[in-house]
Design a protein around this ligand. Structure first.
Ligand code: ATP
Ligand code: MG
Length: 421
């Protein structure tokens, strides 16, 4: 019987797994620099949490969520994104009271039932950050700058930051109505948009078919109330003064209902619909809608696979610090146990200083393989090559009697004896 990974999922092996770790380490460093602390939440939650947060008539809820019943009939869902869980945890653990600043970051897999294609998977990795309790423009600017710092540190030069404001409860309804009026007078909207127009007219703006068709669309910026306008101008000014480039994009909307005021998206150089590397914005009503007291918030999430692909496309060099690789070999089997104990000691850094110095020469990290039994020395040296060993230590009977082993430099092939007792 043959099994394959389910459609839309992928295994990350060797370099791919290393790249994800590299990116996640980089995100972690930048999040910590901006004083965000990590939160790990469950991969599944009450399905209602997502429906309430993301909105009934969004693509995610209508078509993309993995919903299932557990054995007790609870309706659960695999998380399609991280914001709803972060807010749920914030409320469940009263984090606003406990933390000096409720600034949280997360990373891990998300799940959406989408049509798989390059850069679009059913299980994909995100890293994201959420900033609670600050309603002022510096919080928005901080989130946008932190997101673009990550992409820049990942070596991406071609990034395009798009910014818009969706207004608030006070000013958005008039804009929605204006959009409805505008589109109602137009012929031949695509099937999705004709359905959306009543419930979610903003989505017509970023429809791949209808969005580009109209050039004189109504713009939200003209409908912003004085407070939203002042906020938007404040964010723009901070970005400009911090040297963070952006373009105001009147057609930018988001696929989740909870956004208010600022929204943004950072795109890479990929062609087509999969060029969004990260996206986010302000969501000042969500905490209250989920049962908390009114709490302003702003956040973003990046798609790790897309960032990795963009970095590869731009030939960005990701130099993860590589450990010194040491292979321990035995000539004949009689010294297998001694070699095993030595290799374990080397991994624990448990050897006498001069021995460590001779082998590791100050390398901060080491990776040790071997010894393996029942192989000729020749085939062990081949294994050492395959492993990519920098050094090989050979336990031979004659040397061992003198309290020594052979240290072989795999690049220069130079060999020397070193004392180990
Ligand atoms: P898109 O417009 O590409 O569908 P989205 O608006 O649904 O993206 P968000 O919910 O804002 O995306 O998620 C943030 C980021 O997560 C996206 O910018 C993208 O990089 C990544 N992402 C979203 N869906 C997927 C997916 N199915 N596969 C891989 N990455 C994804
Ligand atoms: Mg999507």
């Amino acid at each position: 019987m043959n099994f394959n990974a389910p459609r839309g999922t992928h295994d990350l092996i060797e370099k791919d797994a290393e790249n994800l770790r590299y990116l996640e380490t980089l995100c972690r460093k930048i999040f910590e620099k901006w004083n965000y602390s990590e939160i790990c939440f469950p991969t599944f939650e009450d399905a209602g949490l997502f429906t309430r947060s993301i909105g009934e008539s969004t693509d995610i809820i209508e078509k993309e969520m993995y919903v299932f019943e557990d054995r007790k009939g609870r309706k659960l869902a695999l998380r399609p994104e991280g914001t709803a869980s972060t807010v749920r945890a914030l409320l469940e653990h009263s984090l606003m009271q406990k933390m000096p600043a409720a600034k949280l970051f997360y990373m891990g897999p998300m799940f959406r039932y989408e049509r798989p294609q390059a850069g679009r998977y059913r299980e994909f990795y995100q890293a994201g950050a959420e900033y609670f309790g600050n309603s002022e423009p510096p919080a928005d600017a901080e989130i946008i700058i932190a997101a673009s710092e990550i992409l820049k540190s990942a070596g991406l030069k071609k990034i395009d930051t798009r910014l818009n404001s969706l207004g608030c409860k006070a000013c958005r309804p008039a804009f929605r109505q204006e959009l409805k009026n505008y589109f109602s007078s137009k012929e031949g909207l695509c099937e999705d948009c004709s359905n959306r127009l009543e419930k979610n007219p903003l989505r017509v703006l970023d429809c791949k078919i209808d969005g580009p068709r109209f050039t004189d669309l109504p713009q939200m910026e003209k409908f912003l109330c004085p407070e939203c306008k002042k906020h938007f101008d404040g964010v723009k000014e901070l970005l400009e003064k911090s040297g963070c480039g952006y373009t105001v994009d009147h057609k930018l909307v988001r696929g989740l209902d909870y956004y208010t005021k600022t929204i943004f998206e950072i795109r890479g150089s990929a062609e087509g619909a999969q060029d969004a590397l990260c996206a986010g914005g302000r969501y000042d009503n969500l905490v209250e809608e989920l049962g908390g007291s009114p709490t302003p918030a702003v956040g973003f999430a990046l798609g790790s696979e897309r960032v990795i692909a963009a970095a590869q496309k731009e030939n960005a060099v990701w130099n993860a610090s590589r450990p010194l690789k040491v292979f321990v070999a035995v000539s004949g089997e009689s010294l297998l146990k001694e070699a095993f104990v030595f290799a374990a000691g080397l991994r624990r850094s448990n050897l006498a200083e001069p021995v460590k110095l001779a082998i590791c020469a100050g390398a901060p990290e080491i990776c040790v393989e071997g010894p393996v039994a029942s192989r000729s020395l020749k085939s062990q040296l081949k294994l050492a090559d395959k492993f990519g060993a920098d050094k090989t230590i050979i336990f031979g009977e004659d040397e061992y009697k003198r309290g020594a082993v052979v240290l072989r430099d795999m690049k220069t092939q130079e060999q020397k004896e070193i004392k180990i007792v």
